[in-house]
Design a protein around this ligand. Sequence first.
Ligand code: RIB
Length: 301
Amino acid sequence: MDGRKITVIGSINMDLVTSTTQIPKVGETVLGQSFHSIPGGKGANQAVAAARLGGDVTMIGAVGDDSFGRTLVDHLTHQGINTKNIIEVNDVSSGIASIILSAADNSIIVVPGANNSITPEIIEKHEDIIRASSILLLQLEIPLESVIRAIELAKKHGVLTILNPAPIQKLPKNLLEMVDFVTPNEHEQELLFASVEGTEQDLAELKKKCIVTKGSKGVVIYKNGKKVEIPSVQVEAVDTTGAGDSFNGALAYALCEGLGIVESCRFANVVGAISVTKLGAQTGMPTKKEVEEFLQLHKRS
Ligand code: RIB
């Protein structure tokens, strides 16, 4: 293992965010209040969350040969992330997410575009980077077979893996067995376990590696087989987009810094809470100093 390196393999999207007081029904047109293009994508968001906190982060992903792609890579570079392994794919658009934001909650349609170009062969070309990582962090916005290959390589080299199973899809049991931590939200956890085939005992074992994020209701983890509930920090939410990504990036950072699992989740929980106080997935992601200031303030109130 070479230093404390976090590698994120995943999606890079431009988020096209429309705010509206009224979500249109099928066939209806409504007037919205504002529109913003904001860098996003679950992979990129998680990479930014870890980098803002001070993590040494490398991102592996793909963008199209278009203006969104160039903006997205420049943006990640400015966040201090190693972007040398982000490929630019010809004749395909960069990933985009069309986000409707209403009353601090959101509905999202993702068009993966170049994110789908991350094949298992591309993952294999990056085996050295995976091997040199302390933590490998993945989500499900690139092809599943590539996620599986990356986790196999990480396992081969003894690298700790975190899989954020979002957007949720049916996952093979052996993938969940290989991974060290799985970080679904409540809804994803339900669907995940409804679709995994295995005995009751298999499922009980898999549940023990889950870190379940429950938004304002906190986080649930299992430590030494025992359920631990970590309460959330109450904040005024402006936009919950990317709260889970902030949590995952911060979790990777904290584990990489050597914190225990409960402490890491506590820390990640605070980062997730701070991140929802601004519009956009990445806009509200705090630096380490901002987390410390928030905690000081919170202690006093
Ligand atoms: O988790 C939030 C992210 O999901 C957004 O940034 C959007 O790009 C989608 O990937």
